[in-house]
Design a protein around this ligand. Structure first.
Ligand SMILES: C[S@@+](CC[C@H](N)C(=O)[O-])C[C@H]1O[C@@H](n2cnc3c(N)ncnc32)[C@H](O)[C@@H]1O
Length: 290
Protein backbone atom coordinates (compact mmCIF):
# COMPACT_ATOMS: atom_id res chain seq x y z
CA UNK A 1 0.00 0.00 0.00
CA UNK A 2 1.20 3.47 -0.77
CA UNK A 3 -0.69 5.29 2.00
CA UNK A 4 1.10 7.12 4.80
CA UNK A 5 3.92 7.94 2.40
CA UNK A 6 5.62 11.06 1.13
CA UNK A 7 6.21 10.58 -2.59
CA UNK A 8 9.04 12.48 -4.20
CA UNK A 9 7.64 12.99 -7.71
CA UNK A 10 6.13 15.43 -10.11
CA UNK A 11 2.51 16.07 -9.12
CA UNK A 12 0.99 14.28 -12.13
CA UNK A 13 3.26 11.24 -11.84
CA UNK A 14 2.59 11.04 -8.10
CA UNK A 15 -1.19 11.27 -8.47
CA UNK A 16 -1.14 8.58 -11.18
CA UNK A 17 0.22 6.14 -8.59
CA UNK A 18 -3.01 6.47 -6.56
CA UNK A 19 -5.92 4.15 -7.48
CA UNK A 20 -9.34 5.52 -8.49
CA UNK A 21 -11.95 6.55 -5.93
CA UNK A 22 -10.21 6.02 -2.58
CA UNK A 23 -9.54 9.55 -1.31
CA UNK A 24 -11.91 11.59 0.91
CA UNK A 25 -10.08 14.91 0.80
CA UNK A 26 -7.51 16.41 -1.54
CA UNK A 27 -6.23 19.63 -0.03
CA UNK A 28 -3.49 21.66 -1.63
CA UNK A 29 -1.93 24.99 -2.25
CA UNK A 30 -0.26 24.92 -5.66
CA UNK A 31 2.59 27.17 -6.70
CA UNK A 32 0.88 30.49 -7.46
CA UNK A 33 2.80 31.14 -10.69
CA UNK A 34 3.94 34.29 -8.96
CA UNK A 35 7.69 34.21 -9.38
CA UNK A 36 7.63 36.71 -12.18
CA UNK A 37 10.09 39.56 -11.94
CA UNK A 38 7.90 42.33 -10.59
CA UNK A 39 5.27 39.78 -9.49
CA UNK A 40 3.72 40.30 -6.12
CA UNK A 41 4.78 37.30 -4.12
CA UNK A 42 8.22 36.41 -5.43
CA UNK A 43 8.06 32.90 -4.01
CA UNK A 44 10.58 30.44 -5.39
CA UNK A 45 10.51 26.64 -5.14
CA UNK A 46 13.54 24.46 -5.68
CA UNK A 47 12.70 22.53 -8.85
CA UNK A 48 9.66 24.37 -10.09
CA UNK A 49 9.34 27.02 -12.79
CA UNK A 50 6.83 29.29 -11.07
CA UNK A 51 6.66 31.64 -14.00
CA UNK A 52 4.66 29.95 -16.75
CA UNK A 53 2.59 31.79 -19.34
CA UNK A 54 -0.89 32.16 -17.84
CA UNK A 55 -2.65 29.77 -20.22
CA UNK A 56 -0.02 27.06 -19.64
CA UNK A 57 -0.42 27.49 -15.89
CA UNK A 58 -4.20 27.12 -16.07
CA UNK A 59 -3.95 24.10 -18.40
CA UNK A 60 -1.48 22.49 -16.01
CA UNK A 61 -3.77 23.04 -13.01
CA UNK A 62 -6.65 21.56 -14.98
CA UNK A 63 -4.64 18.40 -15.62
CA UNK A 64 -3.81 18.24 -11.92
CA UNK A 65 -7.46 18.69 -10.92
CA UNK A 66 -8.65 15.99 -13.32
CA UNK A 67 -6.27 13.57 -11.59
CA UNK A 68 -7.48 14.75 -8.16
CA UNK A 69 -11.06 14.13 -9.26
CA UNK A 70 -10.17 10.61 -10.38
CA UNK A 71 -8.68 9.61 -7.02
CA UNK A 72 -11.61 11.04 -5.00
CA UNK A 73 -14.38 8.76 -3.85
CA UNK A 74 -18.05 9.72 -4.29
CA UNK A 75 -18.72 12.72 -2.05
CA UNK A 76 -14.96 13.29 -1.65
CA UNK A 77 -13.81 16.91 -1.51
CA UNK A 78 -11.21 18.80 -3.50
CA UNK A 79 -10.08 21.90 -1.59
CA UNK A 80 -7.69 24.46 -3.01
CA UNK A 81 -6.02 27.27 -1.12
CA UNK A 82 -5.22 30.09 -3.50
CA UNK A 83 -4.54 33.80 -3.52
CA UNK A 84 -7.50 35.86 -4.68
CA UNK A 85 -5.72 37.63 -7.52
CA UNK A 86 -2.65 36.97 -9.60
CA UNK A 87 -0.49 39.40 -11.55
CA UNK A 88 2.20 38.83 -14.14
CA UNK A 89 4.22 41.73 -15.42
CA UNK A 90 4.54 40.00 -18.81
CA UNK A 91 0.75 39.98 -19.20
CA UNK A 92 0.37 43.68 -18.68
CA UNK A 93 -1.06 44.35 -22.15
CA UNK A 94 -3.55 41.51 -21.98
CA UNK A 95 -5.20 41.06 -18.59
CA UNK A 96 -2.76 42.11 -15.90
CA UNK A 97 -4.93 41.57 -12.82
CA UNK A 98 -6.58 38.18 -12.86
CA UNK A 99 -9.21 36.95 -10.41
CA UNK A 100 -7.88 33.41 -10.27
CA UNK A 101 -10.97 32.21 -8.42
CA UNK A 102 -13.02 32.82 -11.55
CA UNK A 103 -10.69 30.69 -13.69
CA UNK A 104 -10.74 27.86 -11.15
CA UNK A 105 -14.53 27.84 -10.86
CA UNK A 106 -14.88 27.76 -14.63
CA UNK A 107 -12.33 24.94 -14.90
CA UNK A 108 -14.00 22.83 -12.21
CA UNK A 109 -17.40 23.21 -13.85
CA UNK A 110 -15.86 21.98 -17.10
CA UNK A 111 -14.50 18.86 -15.44
CA UNK A 112 -17.77 18.19 -13.61
CA UNK A 113 -16.95 18.95 -9.97
CA UNK A 114 -19.73 20.40 -7.77
CA UNK A 115 -18.95 23.70 -6.07
CA UNK A 116 -19.44 23.13 -2.34
CA UNK A 117 -18.27 26.16 -0.41
CA UNK A 118 -15.57 28.78 0.07
CA UNK A 119 -13.65 29.96 3.10
CA UNK A 120 -12.06 33.37 3.36
CA UNK A 121 -8.77 32.88 5.20
CA UNK A 122 -7.69 36.14 6.81
CA UNK A 123 -4.02 36.25 7.67
CA UNK A 124 -4.30 39.37 9.83
CA UNK A 125 -1.52 41.83 9.08
CA UNK A 126 0.53 39.31 7.17
CA UNK A 127 1.22 41.75 4.34
CA UNK A 128 3.64 43.72 6.53
CA UNK A 129 4.62 47.21 5.46
CA UNK A 130 4.30 46.79 1.68
CA UNK A 131 2.77 49.95 0.28
CA UNK A 132 2.28 51.11 -3.28
CA UNK A 133 3.99 54.49 -2.84
CA UNK A 134 3.10 55.65 -6.35
CA UNK A 135 -0.54 55.83 -5.31
CA UNK A 136 0.01 56.70 -1.65
CA UNK A 137 -2.92 58.78 -0.33
CA UNK A 138 -4.30 59.02 -3.84
CA UNK A 139 -7.41 57.55 -5.41
CA UNK A 140 -5.73 57.47 -8.85
CA UNK A 141 -4.78 53.77 -8.66
CA UNK A 142 -4.98 52.61 -5.04
CA UNK A 143 -3.64 49.09 -4.61
CA UNK A 144 -5.30 46.84 -2.04
CA UNK A 145 -2.82 44.97 0.14
CA UNK A 146 -4.36 41.54 0.28
CA UNK A 147 -4.36 39.98 3.71
CA UNK A 148 -6.67 37.14 2.78
CA UNK A 149 -6.67 34.09 0.59
CA UNK A 150 -9.40 31.66 -0.38
CA UNK A 151 -10.03 28.04 0.25
CA UNK A 152 -12.39 26.81 -2.42
CA UNK A 153 -14.06 23.45 -1.96
CA UNK A 154 -15.64 21.19 -4.57
CA UNK A 155 -17.33 17.84 -4.14
CA UNK A 156 -17.31 14.81 -6.41
CA UNK A 157 -20.73 13.69 -7.75
CA UNK A 158 -22.70 14.50 -4.55
CA UNK A 159 -22.42 16.74 -1.51
CA UNK A 160 -22.65 14.04 1.16
CA UNK A 161 -19.57 12.12 2.18
CA UNK A 162 -20.73 8.61 3.12
CA UNK A 163 -19.32 7.36 6.42
CA UNK A 164 -19.92 6.59 10.06
CA UNK A 165 -20.90 9.72 12.00
CA UNK A 166 -19.23 8.25 15.08
CA UNK A 167 -15.94 8.87 13.28
CA UNK A 168 -16.48 12.63 13.06
CA UNK A 169 -14.28 14.10 15.76
CA UNK A 170 -15.12 17.80 16.07
CA UNK A 171 -16.03 19.17 19.45
CA UNK A 172 -19.02 21.50 19.74
CA UNK A 173 -16.76 24.57 19.86
CA UNK A 174 -14.72 23.40 16.88
CA UNK A 175 -17.86 22.80 14.84
CA UNK A 176 -19.23 26.26 15.63
CA UNK A 177 -15.93 27.88 14.69
CA UNK A 178 -15.16 25.83 11.58
CA UNK A 179 -18.58 26.33 10.04
CA UNK A 180 -18.07 30.08 9.95
CA UNK A 181 -16.96 31.06 6.43
CA UNK A 182 -14.31 33.49 7.69
CA UNK A 183 -11.24 31.98 9.35
CA UNK A 184 -8.70 34.20 11.09
CA UNK A 185 -5.46 32.24 11.26
CA UNK A 186 -1.95 33.72 11.29
CA UNK A 187 0.32 32.38 8.53
CA UNK A 188 3.16 29.98 9.26
CA UNK A 189 6.20 32.15 9.86
CA UNK A 190 8.80 29.59 10.89
CA UNK A 191 10.34 29.08 7.41
CA UNK A 192 10.13 25.32 8.06
CA UNK A 193 12.89 23.57 6.14
CA UNK A 194 13.51 26.89 4.35
CA UNK A 195 10.07 26.69 2.72
CA UNK A 196 8.52 30.06 1.74
CA UNK A 197 4.85 29.09 2.01
CA UNK A 198 4.02 26.29 4.45
CA UNK A 199 0.44 25.96 5.69
CA UNK A 200 -0.25 26.85 9.32
CA UNK A 201 -1.23 23.65 11.12
CA UNK A 202 -4.49 25.17 12.36
CA UNK A 203 -5.68 25.68 8.78
CA UNK A 204 -5.16 22.02 7.93
CA UNK A 205 -6.67 20.87 11.22
CA UNK A 206 -9.92 22.64 10.37
CA UNK A 207 -10.03 21.22 6.85
CA UNK A 208 -9.30 17.68 7.98
CA UNK A 209 -11.78 17.67 10.86
CA UNK A 210 -14.55 19.46 8.96
CA UNK A 211 -14.33 17.42 5.78
CA UNK A 212 -13.21 13.88 6.72
CA UNK A 213 -13.93 11.04 9.11
CA UNK A 214 -11.23 9.40 11.20
CA UNK A 215 -9.54 6.70 9.13
CA UNK A 216 -10.24 8.50 5.82
CA UNK A 217 -7.50 9.07 3.26
CA UNK A 218 -6.23 12.66 2.78
CA UNK A 219 -3.93 13.65 -0.10
CA UNK A 220 -1.83 16.78 -0.59
CA UNK A 221 -0.28 16.68 -4.08
CA UNK A 222 1.92 19.74 -3.35
CA UNK A 223 2.76 18.87 0.22
CA UNK A 224 5.98 20.90 0.69
CA UNK A 225 6.98 20.64 4.34
CA UNK A 226 4.33 17.97 4.93
CA UNK A 227 1.87 20.00 6.99
CA UNK A 228 -1.20 18.25 5.56
CA UNK A 229 0.20 14.71 6.07
CA UNK A 230 1.40 15.68 9.55
CA UNK A 231 -1.96 17.00 10.70
CA UNK A 232 -3.90 14.20 9.00
CA UNK A 233 -1.67 11.70 10.81
CA UNK A 234 -2.13 13.52 14.11
CA UNK A 235 -5.91 13.23 13.87
CA UNK A 236 -5.99 9.58 12.87
CA UNK A 237 -6.47 9.94 9.12
CA UNK A 238 -4.45 8.10 6.48
CA UNK A 239 -2.49 10.33 4.15
CA UNK A 240 -0.32 10.69 1.05
CA UNK A 241 1.92 13.68 0.30
CA UNK A 242 3.56 14.47 -3.04
CA UNK A 243 6.22 17.06 -3.79
CA UNK A 244 8.82 17.32 -6.54
CA UNK A 245 11.46 18.85 -4.27
CA UNK A 246 13.62 16.21 -2.59
CA UNK A 247 14.72 18.51 0.21
CA UNK A 248 11.13 19.28 1.24
CA UNK A 249 10.18 15.59 1.02
CA UNK A 250 12.99 14.66 3.40
CA UNK A 251 11.97 17.47 5.73
CA UNK A 252 8.32 16.31 5.68
CA UNK A 253 9.28 12.71 6.47
CA UNK A 254 11.36 13.84 9.46
CA UNK A 255 8.53 16.00 10.74
CA UNK A 256 5.96 13.20 10.65
CA UNK A 257 8.31 10.65 12.22
CA UNK A 258 8.28 12.63 15.47
CA UNK A 259 4.49 12.69 15.64
CA UNK A 260 2.28 10.61 17.96
CA UNK A 261 -1.21 9.81 16.78
CA UNK A 262 -3.89 11.61 18.74
CA UNK A 263 -6.09 9.02 20.45
CA UNK A 264 -8.17 10.99 22.92
CA UNK A 265 -11.38 10.89 20.90
CA UNK A 266 -14.87 11.34 22.21
CA UNK A 267 -17.54 9.66 20.06
CA UNK A 268 -20.09 11.89 18.40
CA UNK A 269 -22.96 9.95 20.00
CA UNK A 270 -21.46 10.61 23.46
CA UNK A 271 -21.10 14.32 22.72
CA UNK A 272 -24.73 14.48 21.56
CA UNK A 273 -25.98 12.49 24.57
CA UNK A 274 -24.11 14.83 26.93
CA UNK A 275 -25.60 17.92 25.26
CA UNK A 276 -29.09 16.39 25.43
CA UNK A 277 -28.71 15.58 29.13
CA UNK A 278 -27.46 19.10 29.84
CA UNK A 279 -30.50 20.55 28.07
CA UNK A 280 -32.87 18.20 29.96
CA UNK A 281 -31.40 19.27 33.33
CA UNK A 282 -31.65 22.93 32.37
CA UNK A 283 -35.34 22.53 31.39
CA UNK A 284 -36.00 20.65 34.63
CA UNK A 285 -34.56 23.45 36.77
CA UNK A 286 -36.52 26.10 34.83
CA UNK A 287 -39.75 24.13 35.44
CA UNK A 288 -38.98 23.92 39.19
CA UNK A 289 -38.54 27.69 39.39
CA UNK A 290 -41.80 28.26 37.53
C1 LIG B 1 2.58 26.51 -1.93
S1 LIG B 1 3.73 25.25 -1.67
C2 LIG B 1 2.83 24.14 -0.64
C3 LIG B 1 3.33 24.13 0.78
C4 LIG B 1 2.65 23.12 1.68
N1 LIG B 1 1.22 23.32 1.75
C5 LIG B 1 3.25 23.14 3.11
O1 LIG B 1 2.50 23.17 4.08
O2 LIG B 1 4.47 23.13 3.22
C6 LIG B 1 3.77 24.44 -3.21
C7 LIG B 1 4.68 23.20 -3.27
O3 LIG B 1 4.56 22.61 -4.55
C8 LIG B 1 5.78 22.00 -4.90
N2 LIG B 1 5.78 21.82 -6.35
C9 LIG B 1 5.98 22.76 -7.30
N3 LIG B 1 5.85 22.21 -8.53
C10 LIG B 1 5.55 20.91 -8.35
C11 LIG B 1 5.30 19.83 -9.25
N4 LIG B 1 5.34 19.99 -10.59
N5 LIG B 1 5.04 18.63 -8.72
C12 LIG B 1 5.01 18.45 -7.36
N6 LIG B 1 5.24 19.43 -6.48
C13 LIG B 1 5.50 20.66 -6.96
C14 LIG B 1 6.83 22.98 -4.37
O4 LIG B 1 8.06 22.31 -4.14
C15 LIG B 1 6.16 23.49 -3.08
O5 LIG B 1 6.63 22.78 -1.96
Amino acid sequence: MMENKIIHADVLDGLKMIPDGIVSLVFYSSPYNAFAPGGLSGKKYGDHDDNMPWIDYIDWLKEVNIECQRVLRTGGRLAINIDAITNRQEDKDEEYIRPIVYYLCKMMKEIGMLFYTEVCWTKQNAVGKDTAWGSYLSCSTPVLRRNHEYILVWSKDQFTLPGDDELSDMTRDEFLLYTLSHWIIPPETRRLGGHPAAFPEELVKRMVKLFTYRGDLVVDPFCGTGTTPLVAHHYGRRWIGIDNDKKFCEYAKGRIKKEDVYSDIQKRSEVLAEAKEKKRKKNESVQKIV
